[in-house]
Design a protein around this ligand. Structure first.
Ligand SMILES: *Cc1c(COP(=O)(O)O)cnc(C)c1O
Length: 405
């Protein structure tokens, strides 16, 4: 039987949607939310304190990603950074260009590309296989003389599949050398690393990328802050005009506290990633094993769980429970204080079934019966065992309600 419902203690398992603010990050931000309110553009010392904080954050981030400080453009989050890379590059060209991305990109990439279609640009979306990995051969065949950008996300927010960014980067370097000989333009490479920044190597030279998007809110930092790495020499047109901050690419008074918080968060996450990845992977696999043992109609969506190769984010589980509505499960779990998300109405703004689950071949009914569980650094083995128990019992109860067919 199910234990009594309680929402007294929250078990938060939706870290791909948002993470809590790490106490150390909060501490680093606090002065800039209170006493250090100077405008970073001001010339007196109170302004200088703010501009120095931005400069040192920029340096911390640049060191971590192997870039130069002036290659970092701070934005108001991952969505804006993705828009800036795609629309900012398109605005640089008078003639229609060709853009390539995958079918499982974040909506901020897909919708930016959609917006370009109306302006005469051409878009190719490359499919992924059943596990959610980009079809590299198809990608290779898709490039054209007019191609200016390839955008491939580093790790997927729904199914956790990790794309071979470094491999694509190496191949593209070769292609670009050939193109230079043929007097063709360079093809730029963008990766949306929002889900990867706290987990994987984000060195832009190892990856071979010209643009990289990172945000604060997925790495235990603040929301509405992010950055776009822009390789030196690559020209973009701004999307926001004004006082000329961020080398003119992103005007507006800087979010000083947010920037300091994001830099601190990235530093913390990168320092601890090896140990934390192993811990999360063990918890995640334990959760799956427990569920698999008690639920017959359980299906894992996305890459297979494999201890040896990091091909799936270590905190990600995406599951379908045949015949049971994911949304019912979500609401029942919520009544036990457990937070997960679904693949159908992944956010309350959209009733569309997940484009990612559909891209890996799930039928609508399996998408409707899916939930996403993403673990985080405060989750314990006790929580995992408890959630697996509640979830198994909920699935049992809910399948009884259903008439067998
Ligand atoms: C969250 C997320 C975004 C959007 O970032 P915001 O900071 O919410 O604008 C973009 N891409 C991926 C992969 C994400 O997970």
């Amino acid at each position: 039987m199910l234990p009594p419902k309680t929402t007294k203690k929250i078990i938060y398992l939706d870290h791909a949607a948002a993470t809590f603010l790490d106490p150390k990050v909060k501490q680093a931000m606090e002065p800039f939310l209170a006493s250090e309110y100077g405008n970073p553009s001001a010339l007196y010392s109170k302004g200088l304190i703010a501009s120095k904080a931005i400069a040192s954050s920029r340096k911390i981030i640049a060191t971590i990603i192997g870039a130069r400080p002036n290659e970092i453009i701070f934005t108001a989050g991952g969505t804006e950074a993705n828009n800036l890379a795609i629309l900012g590059l398109a605005k640089k060209h008078k003639m229609p260009q060709h853009f390539i991305a995958t079918t499982i990109e974040h909506s901020s990439v897909l919708k930016s590309l959609d917006a370009l279609v109306g302006e005469g640009h051409k878009i190719s979306l490359i499919n992924v296989d059943k596990e959610g990995f980009v079809d590299f051969d198809k990608l290779k065949k898709e490039i054209r003389p007019q191609t200016v950008l390839i955008s491939v996300m580093y790790a997927n927010n729904e199914i956790g599949s990790i794309q071979p960014i470094a491999e694509i980067g190496k191949w593209l370097t070769r292609i670009n050398n050939e193109r230079t000989r043929k007097n063709l333009n360079r093809i730029y490479f963008h990766t949306d690393a929002c889900q990867a920044a706290g987990v994987l190597d984000v060195n832009v030279n190892h990856l071979g990328v010209d643009f990289m998007t990172v945000n604060g809110s997925k790495i235990y930092g603040p929301k509405q802050v992010g950055f776009l790495y822009v390789r030196s020499g690559v020209e973009l047109e701004p999307l926001i005009y004004g006082g000329g901050q961020e080398r003119g690419l992103r005007s507006g008074t800087e979010n000083v506290a947010g920037i300091v918080g994001m830099a601190t968060a990235l530093e913390l996450a990168q320092q601890n990633k090896e140990k934390e990845n192993i811990r999360l992977l063990k918890l995640r696999d334990r959760m799956f094993k427990n569920l698999k043992a008690s639920i017959k109609a359980l299906r894992l969506n996305g890459p297979g769980l494999n201890n040896k190769i990091l091909n799936r984010l270590p905190n990600n589980l995406n599951l379908s429970f045949s015949g049971i509505e994911g949304e019912s499960l979500l609401l029942y779990l919520d009544s036990y204080g457990i937070c997960v998300s679904t693949g159908s109405a992944c956010d309350t703004n959209s009733l569309e079934p997940s484009h990612v689950l559909s891209a890996i071949g799930l039928k609508n009914k399996d998408i409707k019966s899916s939930i996403r569980i993403t673990l985080g650094k405060n989750n314990s083995i006790e929580e995992i065992n408890y959630v697996a128990k509640i979830l198994s019992q909920l699935v049992k109860e809910l399948s009884k309600v259903k008439t067998p067919n």
